[in-house]
Design a protein around this ligand. Sequence first.
Ligand code: UDP
Ligand code: MG
Length: 318
Amino acid sequence: MDDPSKISVVIPVYNEEANLRALRDRLSPVMEGLRRPYEVVLIDDGSRDGSLAILREFVADPHFRVVELTRNYGQHAAILAGFSVVRGGIVVTMDADLQNPPEEIPRLIEAMEKGGYDVVGTIRRERKDSLLRTLPSRLINVVARRITKVRMTDWGCMLRAYRRHIVDYMCACREHATFIPALATYFSKRVTEIEVGHEERFGGTSNYSMWKLINLQFDLVASFSDLPLKLLMYGGIGMATLGVFFGIVLAVARLQYGASWAAEGVFTLFAVLFVFVGMQFFALGVMGEYIGRIYREVRKRPEFAIEKVHESAPEPQA
Ligand code: UDP
Ligand code: MG
């Protein structure tokens, strides 16, 4: 039976050999200081350096468990893999590069337990990243807020705490591309945020290239809305409407100025073309709508999540 008072810390690791020992040396005292059962689940996300070897040394401490993935699946998939094996009642996620100070974990747990929250997010105080790295994140934050309609200030910071039942719901979503902080808020109404510190990367370099960030952004948008498909459809409608107007303008001008105007009907051809191109985009958009629906079906995301069943006590047996 899982222990509800236990804290599980889930940390994805991808080529972090320079940081792992420092991470353990800072994390262990913090967790011991909480004076309650805990476990640290480290997921090796197909690292190509010595990370896995170091992680396997850690297992000598019974608090540490290591999940080894077969290849690199990406940060969010790695966290989900960690979620699938946690045993605690509260699950904390964080990065392995010490950008999230482990010393903030007790505050996270306190905020969760005092306020009775299901999800505790974090806002990075004075973020220590390059502009090239903060700008895309800001974009992600704006889009995420729009799409999920949850007022979270900072989505990117992975130092977060979740109650176990939220984690289990996330595990039940067998999706291929997902964005955990957004998914978590999908299942809960008791969400809060606290401010936490942010530090420079301890060693190594960021694993996120511009390309990976764009991909992540698309994961976020695509797994929470059909906006891109809808844009296609609206664009098509707009284009076809413009084409029709263009045609009307040409017809009127033709009656006014005679056939030699508008290059002997070449412009008319353009107007007709616009209408058709617009209609094609529209058709693509409609098809996209259906594909979007199929996509939502195959994601098999549960339609609802029951918090608790309220009922009167069962009748005593006579
Ligand atoms: N990570 C991972 N798989 C990946 C990329 C990153 O498990 O494919 C982990 C990485 O080891 C770190 C966390 O995700 O613990 C955040 O990565 P990183 O520090 O490179 O991202 P940034 O801080 O630049 O957002
Ligand atoms: Mg980092």
